[in-house]
Ligand binder design. Sequence first.
Ligand code: AMP
Length: 502
Amino acid sequence: MNISQLLQRSAQVFGDRPAVLTGARLLHDYRTLAARVAALAGHLRAQCGVRPGERVAIFSANCPEYLEALHAIHWCGAVSVPVNYKLHARELAHVLADSSARVVCVSAALRTDALAAGAGAGRLLVLGDAAWQSAAQGRPLAIEERTPDDVVSLFYTSGTTGRPKGVMQTQRNLLAMTMAYFTDVDDVHPDDAMAYAAPMSHGAGLYNYAHMLRGARHVVPESGGFDAAELVRLARDVGRLSLFAAPTMVHRLVEHVRATGGDGSGFKTIVYGGGPMYVDDLRRAIATMGQKFVQIYGQGECPMTITALAREHLMDTAHPRWAQRIASVGVAHACVQVRVADAQDRPVPTGELGEVLVRGDTVMSGYWNNPEATAQTLRGGWLHTGDVGSLDEHGFLTLRDRSKDVIISGGSNIYPREVEEVLLLHPRVREVAVVGQRDADWGEVVVAFLVAEGSEVADAELDALCLDHIARFKRPKAYRWVPALPKNAYGKVLKTELRGWL
Ligand code: AMP
């Protein structure tokens, strides 16, 4: 099998259906897209000498050629290494060296960065330039046969701590993940459109496969990223638009729609995940745009497929557990088993907190060139996610925090997210991140970093809000107002850096 057979199949079945759009403008139908991919694969093989199993990196913001590069790499049997385009040249250098990428497909705008990272001009293919266009018309390569256990992609973990490790995703992983979209997230119709607003190097790009399989449209915004006004326009012009968005993007989209008096028309499904969605934001999102939301919880090591909170659960407002359910990340995807375990990997009783473990066809085969980290993370045949959560009797998983983010104060565990949820209830708190600060008496004390919406709020007012909602010992001992929270390239708050500030 080869995951790009999904594209090959759609080119046969839906040859003249629209495949790739830039903004609302059609670029290629499925037949043309597959022909270009086969020719680019031929170029990678004949001109660049790429053999099956060798690595080819992609370093670019979202653009239509991203899909061509990705599938051409798969088509010739090579391993794609999608690199976040916001990485520093030094970080890129680490990825290129660690993966020993033979070729780097780079956007024209990032060519200098790639050279600075030591890519070497001879290894670069520039997406969409004249040479690219002529390669896309060249001699096609027959799709390369691979086995389900062959690695198809190396995904470098976003790394809020330590050096990024290359997660080996196999052909089986990506095929199972694609099927899981239909069982647990959404059905896809050929008239649907997937908009790539979040980075294609991450989760959003992984949703291309399900949409390839169904012959749906792939819409790459002209901005190459997330712009709320542009998305609303695209939803109107293209219609049946689905997207994957981080919770911060959902928040910004919803605020834009509210401010402009719009609704959710033109949008089909908004899949959110990648970080915690605060309940208040979710309620606002549903009230503004309707029941279009589905949540997924995953990580590079089990791409997009640990749990899902389906539309029907979010819609079931009459259910007695609805309030708890919308604060959860949903139930195990059909392709995996999920359990919550103690430090000895023994399952804990229902309702108790422990580390989230996962087993199944979407779990990575290991970390590239790192047998120690692989053995540690996959011990006992289960993926150790490093996330802390609890399962209820109906199988709904509620996440607390990353195990390393838990604050232990006076012997009690405090989960920062619980405190953050409360502080966000204040209309003048735009963003918040709660961390622990070392303390001689308590071991650690709770400190909140806040970004104001307008003017700052008095400590006493925030204290009163906390005392209204959570136990006294969870209340922050200090509130620090900052202009912005430090975030990594994927928009995740860097708690390690915040702890460093203290
Ligand atoms: P990455 O491997 O960069 O995709 O990061 C994965 C991590 O993001 C997970 O281990 C979780 O800590 C977090 N995460 C992903 N999805 C969710 C979600 N729906 N809710 C809360 N945290 C999430």
